[in-house]
Write a protein that binds this ligand. Structure first.
Ligand SMILES: [Zn+2]
Length: 456
């Protein structure tokens, strides 16, 4: 039986049906091969108060930190990171705003002057005058929250409180003054941000204060040095850092960070053990106080392990975090995003040039009553410190990494250029004015400040 040949109209119809079928198969194949949209990464920033950079890296005074060593091997380690100050309030405010202390205005914090303490003793009515973060400057948690993150913060340092504005932008914020790292991690575990937030991403800020004085001797790391009080204090200090290390390991397991998000570990400032004649973190901007820790760990967001020698600062942390999770850069900002370096991008060489040519700064209020300050400027191997009498001291850190050989002037063009750069920096205006706050200085607060060494 012969078949009737298809008429042209039927042929057109069948061709169209075949084409539609092929398109359907193609769409199905493409659709099947595509992963479901991946959840946005969680972001955890841990600040290790008072941990000097060299306590984790080199030299004879290094803490035992097996967890951080392993983490570091899988992270971008910025080995030349500078603080913007040498104590908690201004440095952490720089972390939260990407601005320098003379731009965000938090220079005072919970430091009491001896004179104020004497007045309190005699009259019982003294108060601390603090400056708060200006309301018009968005903080890191505020940025994360605005972009859909659930935000959690926990801090063990008295400066990190709502009085100064550090609780702004957090859905949940707790300050547990002087709580040890095990208690802090227990508190995070009780919050269980991963369960609480479900599919929503979260931002968690943890501020650990263990390495701050008074130092507790932790076994098995503490080595008694009864005949040498400084060596003994240093051993207790390093044992605190080893203790933190174990708790960080617990925290990382708890949050499943390697797989699920971005972990940033920083310190706000270091600690002096008589490198420049004193102990603690009294007014000074030398290396043992100004050089800090900065690790970025995030295989989930494309961070490739590397050791980076470029000079960077706490002002760069916020832009880097935002960039790595694809949130827009915040303005105003004095920092730069280091995301290209973290991801090992091809275009990172332009950023490296910029970082090497940039001047970094730091500020420390020296005397509250007289408003005197210390300032520093750093570029390449050169560092300039101007003391409270505006005297300049230059250090060539290539041959004097511990800053023991001050020079009153230098012929080196990079070093000499720091003086005009610092003069320009010192004239920068505040970018907002925070509320001035008076906190009654009662006996409890006074005792707490004394135990932290926050009285001078
Ligand atoms: Zn601190």
């Amino acid at each position: 039986m012969s078949r009737t040949p298809a008429r042209p109209r039927d042929r057109r119809l069948s061709t169209a049906l075949v084409a539609m079928g092929l398109l359907l198969v193609f769409l199905l194949l493409v659709g099947c091969g595509k992963d479901p949209p991946s959840p946005r990464p969680n972001v955890v920033v841990v600040l290790l108060d008072t941990v000097r950079a060299d306590a984790l890296t080199d030299g004879p005074h290094r803490a035992e930190t097996p967890f951080l060593d392993k983490l570091r091997a899988g992270s971008v380690a910025f080995i030349n990171t500078r603080s913007t100050s040498s104590w908690t309030a201004p440095a952490t405010a720089s972390l939260f705003t990407s601005l320098y202390p003379n731009e965000h205005g938090v220079i005072q914090g919970f430091v009491a002057h001896r004179k104020t303490m004497e007045i309190m003793k005699n009259r019982g009515d003294a108060a601390l005058e603090l400056n708060a973060l200006p309301g018009n400057i968005a903080t890191l948690p505020e940025r994360m929250k605005a972009d859909g993150y659930r935000t959690f913060g926990i801090a063990a340092n008295i400066n990190l409180g709502p009085e100064i504005g550090f609780s702004r932008g957090f859905d949940k914020f707790t300050r547990l003054d002087d709580a040890t790292a095990d208690i802090m991690v227990d508190s995070v575990a009780a919050w269980d941000p991963a369960r609480t937030t479900g599919d929503e991403p979260y931002f968690l800020y943890v501020h650990l204060n263990d390495a701050h004085s008074p130092y507790i001797a932790h076994q098995p790391w503490y080595r008694s040095a009864r005949d040498d009080s400084v060596a003994d204090a240093r051993s207790r200090y390093l044992s605190e850092i080893s203790f933190i290390d174990g708790q960080l390991s617990r925290l990382a397991d708890l949050l499943d960070l390697s797989r699920r998000g971005l972990l940033v570990i920083v310190s706000d400032h270091g600690e002096e053990f008589f490198e420049h004649g004193r102990m603690g973190h009294l007014p000074s901007l030398h290396a043992e106080l100004n050089d800090v820790v900065f690790l970025v760990h995030g295989p989930r967001v494309g961070v490739l392990p590397a050791t980076r020698p470029e000079p960077v600062s706490l002002i760069d942390v916020m832009p880097t975090v935002l960039d790595l999770v694809h949130l827009p850069h915040a303005e105003p900002s004095s920092g730069l995003s280091l995301a290209a370096l973290c991801r090992g991008d091809d275009g990172a060489s332009a950023l490296v040039r910029k970082l090497n040519e940039r001047t970094l700064f730091a500020h420390r209020l020296e005397n509250m009553l007289h408003g005197r300050s210390l300032w520093s400027a750093m570029r390449g191997p050169w560092k300039l410190i101007q003391d409270e009498q505006n005297r300049s001291f230059f250090y060539d850190r290539e041959r004097d990494s511990r800053e023991q050989l001050p020079e009153s002037r230098t012929e080196d063009p990079v070093g000499a250029g720091l003086e005009p750069a610092l003069a320009e920096f010192r004239s920068r205006p505040l970018l907002g004015r925070g509320n001035e706050i008076r906190i009654p200085l009662d006996k409890k607060l006074s005792k707490q400040l004394k135990s932290l060494g926050y009285v001078r």
